[in-house]
Ligand binder design. Structure first.
Ligand code: IVH
Length: 689
């Protein structure tokens, strides 16, 4: 395959995996597979910098900033760790250090890599004054009230150190995690995929009382203070313990890589017994003087590396295979297993991904299989133990029809997925409603899986618009539904009418329209009518919106309800109806409008002329104050139009750190270029940030 094609393919795949992971909470591949694809992409991009796509995941500033918490600057950036899965790369790590520090004696500390969420704590005169998330590494969110609910984090240190910063990992132990999910299922909320997601979700809750109920835990792994400087990392860990912080007891001094590997293997054996998730070990140069000499790249320190463990495995019997139809019609085979303990949780189901994978691995009902869990993904079947296969086991045959609505399944040549293309399929409808009601979409509390099933099965709801016509007696008439809960659901539906337009747009579940894209579309076009009336080329011209998104939104909103109707009358076969219906969701929009759902955003307040009115502005490079998205929001707020490429029409380029070809091009074209400081002092005053 040509590099151009492979890059395009990787960008699309990685963005989709990222969406599944970050938005749907439903990752399809392990971290390790994701890392491998990401590495392939960055290697290709390094060889062909001219082929870097603007929507490449390598161009994304990783950030977990949300709008609700105040943003604060880290005094020392919170970097991430370089990671490896191989012994050879671990030896390369040591070789590099030896080259940098010839003739120096080296010692390392090996410790567990806790699979949680990084946190920075500031103590002043021994008192906890601030708890901040990693954020984008430079700026994080001040979540102090939430941090104070974590019982293992002392509010007062045992020594009144004048000033110090302590960093560590917030996590959930397996028992607490399981209890939270049991409770969520009871409340008909989606369970968390893994302890790390649950931790990160909990830390971002707005109500500290709720955070307290999550019973989060903490391990400290770093200490920094202008008042107390100890010579080694090992001594810092002991001092953290003395200060009253929880420090993981599994840490060891090692003299060389062989020592480290022995230690790593020992811990890997013990891993099953731990009460929390780890995803590897971290190796740190022990001497702080040496750490300082080695320094860091913009991403990670040169004095530390993480050595990741492969996923944990377990053996069990695959009892049968069932097929699940998702929101977009993709049919996924699922293995129902004899329950088995794996990585601290009981597993009874595993994804088999798709027909190709089933065939490739030749997985049959009744087989003994090896399962794997990558710390964060739904477990999957790695391979079959063929030696244990029954003689009469027969190969699994993928059905030709949708297991739910019986319409023929279609395999799109360009992808591996097999789909049910009937948009009226009850399974898709259920998925759509669950997505519509979910917390990040319309946030309709009480509309959980069981109720959605009942509403669709009883045909009370045929699309999400019908939700708003539900009557109290209809709801209360459903099994296991008391009048009080029915009223609560109606109240939640009523409240959801206040959700802003960008949430509605996301909730519709249009292909490629994730939460961020929905916000961008809403900021740029302000209403569903304008989105419908704007030609796809114009939509695609907006920064961070590509042709695929534009096409998808255009197809979805295309007002061909006549076609829709004719198709139904003349061609009542469900499949043909479904095909024609694909483009005709405008009827749904009409229904939602009638129900009083927000289909436009507040018109931006007119505050008179703005400093960047009418100017086309390109942002390039990285900034210390803003993420890419924030910088663009700022430009819009100042009246300017952010675009992605530099051309004769560009009025201004704001060039941050590491601005590359765009800056050069702007120089060639003689376009005004400002750096972050200049832009800030010229345009950003207190009243317009
Ligand atoms: S040291 C400069 N030690 O792993 C990075 N990190 O990508 C210093 N983590 O965000 C981090 N256990 O949240 C360190 N024992 C440990 C750790 C650990 C987990 C996390 C940390 C960081 C990520 C590295």
């Amino acid at each position: 395959m040509k590099p151009t094609d492979r890059i395009a393919q990787l960008v699309e795949q990685l963005n989709e995996h990222n969406y599944r992971y970050a938005v749907l909470n439903d990752p399809a591949i392990s971290d390790r597979e994701y890392d491998a694809l990401m590495r392939e992409l960055s290697d290709l991009e390094a060889q062909h910098p001219d082929l870097i796509q603007p929507d490449s995941p390598t161009q994304r500033v990783t950030s977990d900033l949300t709008r609700e918490f105040p943003t604060v600057q880290h005094q020392v950036p919170m970097l991430s760790l370089d990671n490896t899965y191989s012994e050879d790369e671990l030896r390369d790590f040591e070789d590099r250090i030896r080259r940098e520090l010839p003739d120096e004696e080296l010692q390392y500390v090996a410790e567990l890599k806790i699979d949680g969420v990084a946190l920075s704590l500031i103590y002043e005169n021994g008192l906890l004054t601030r708890g901040v998330t990693r954020g984008n590494g430079t700026q994080g969110e001040d979540i102090t009230p939430n941090v104070k609910t974590i019982k293992s984090i002392p509010i007062r240190l045992k020594d009144p150190v004048p000033y110090c910063e302590i960093r560590g990992e917030v996590y959930l132990d397996h028992n607490t995690f399981d209890a939270i999910n049991v409770q969520r299922e009871k409340n008909e909320e989606n369970p968390f995929a893994n302890p790390r997601n649950a931790t990160s979700g909990s830390l971002k809750l707005q109500d500290a009382q709720q955070v307290a109920e999550r019973r989060l835990s903490f391990f400290a792994y770093s200490f920094r203070s202008p008042n107390i400087q100890l010579p080694t990392h090992g001594e810092n860990l002991s001092y953290l313990e003395r200060l009253g912080l929880p420090v993981n007891t599994n840490h060891a001094l090692c003299d060389n890589i062989d020592d480290i590997l022995t230690q790593a293997r020992e811990w890997e054996e013990e891993r099953q017994k731990l009460k929390y998730d780890i995803d590897g070990i971290v190796i740190k140069v022990n001497s702080i003087t040496q750490q300082n000499k080695l320094g860091a790249t913009s991403k990670s320190p040169r004095w530390a590396i993480s050595f990741k463990y492969s996923a944990e495995q377990a053996e069990t019997v695959l009892e049968d295979i069932t097929l699940q139809v998702g929101r977009t019609g993709v049919v996924t085979p699922v293995a129902n297993l004899k329950s088995v303990q794996l990585a601290g949780t009981t597993v009874s189901r595993a994804t088999l991904h798709n027909a190709e994978e089933l065939e490739r691995k030749d997985i049959r009902e009744g087989d003994t299989v090896i399962l794997e869990k990558g710390g964060d993904v739904i477990p999957k079947v790695v391979r079959v133990v063929t030696a244990k296969r029954a003689k009469d086991a027969i190969a699994f045959e993928f059905p030709k029809n949708c297991p739910v609505c019986k319409s023929p399944l279609i395999k799109d040549e360009s992808e591996v997925a097999i789909r049910c293309e009937n948009s009226q399929c009850p399974a898709q409808l259920k998925g759509n409603i669950r997505h519509f009601a979910s917390r990040t979409a319309m946030d309709i509390e009480g509309l959980g899986t069981a109720l959605v099933d009942q509403l669709v099965d009883s045909e009370l709801v045929r699309d999400v618009g019908d939700l708003y016509n539900l009557k109290l007696d209809e709801l209360a008439g459903l099994e296991r539904m008391a009048e009080k809960s029915a009223q609560n659901v109606l109240n939640a539906l009523e409240a959801s009418k206040q959700q802003p337009f960008h949430r509605v747009l996301f909730a519709l579940g249009i292909r490629h329209i994730g939460a961020t894209v929905a916000r961008t579309l809403s900021d740029n076009f302000h209403s569903i009518d304008r989105l419908r009336d704007t030609p796809p080329e114009e939509i695609a011209a907006v920064h961070e919106i590509g042709a695929a998104i534009a096409e998808s939104i255009h197809t979805y909103l295309d007002d061909n309800s006549d076609w829709d109707w004719m198709g139904w009358v003349f061609n009542p076969s469900p499949n043909i109806y479904a095909h024609i219906d694909k483009g005709g969701d405008w009827n749904l929009i009409k229904k939602l409008r009638a129900a009083g759902i927000n289909l436009e955003s507040e018109a931006p307040a007119d505050t008179g002329p703005k400093p960047l009115d009418g100017k086309t502005v390109v942002v390039t490079g990285t900034f210390s104050r803003w993420g890419r998205q924030q910088a663009q929001d700022l430009i819009r707020a100042l009246g300017g139009k952010p675009t992605s490429s530099v051309s004769g029409k560009t009025d201004l380029v704001i060039a941050g750190e590491k601005a590359g070809s765009k800056r050069t091009k702007a120089e060639q074209l003689g376009i005004d270029i400002l750096d972050e400081e200049e832009f800030f002092s010229k345009y950003v005053s207190e009243e317009n940030v």
